[in-house]
Design a protein around this ligand. Sequence first.
Ligand SMILES: N[C@@H](CCC(=O)N[C@@H](CS)C(=O)NCC(=O)O)C(=O)O
Length: 213
Amino acid sequence: MPITEEVKLYGAAWSVYTRIARLALEEKRVNYGLIEIDVFAETGVPQEYLKRHPFGRIPAFEHGDFRLYETAAIVHYVDEAFPGCALLPADPKARARANQIVGILDAYAYRTLVWEIYVESVVSIREGRLADEQKIAAALPRAAVCLSELTRLSDDSEFLIGNSVTVADLYAAPIFACFTQAFEAVSLMEGCEKLNRWWQRFAIRDSMYRTQA
Ligand SMILES: N[C@@H](CCC(=O)N[C@@H](CS)C(=O)NCC(=O)O)C(=O)O
């Protein structure tokens, strides 16, 4: 059936960054269509898709005739262009904290928790290959720093920052959905009680169910 929604997201259900953008759309209750793109196809990134995203990453976004790529830009556009809950706190310090957490997740945690731990520990078994134990071992200290900083910088309230959902939760949740499947997550999360409590609450949100791979 053709997708008729005005808002379209080009990506993949398995993708962390696609899920971040989807969570923003879900939390803002924006009607959208997800168009699956296989960036790892044997023939390479589809040529047509490279016109939307010349770097060949997912997701890419379209609202009417307005096209955008880069998840942070998409999330902020969705936040500002559509009604509903604001995805950034109004208070400048809380706003800065939420943006700082996004920066940490984007620059350090995604690579370490998803690629170096989850992909090596969990996806490798699914793909029938041996995990690269050296890669996992090298990632553990970096993962510990990511988790202790996220614990230190987050509030002990319903969400990572404040009492309503923010971009910090939207970036963190898809990363944690992968990372917490890894055996290594159990010991790494010890002592991160605030983060553990946040994850127990956020993992069962409607938006998380609706964006499951
Ligand atoms: N800076 C990009 C990163 C997006 C990204 O890395 N997406 C991954 C999937 S979660 C991807 O496209 N990977 C394909 C590749 O690495 O070739 C953004 O914020 O949108």
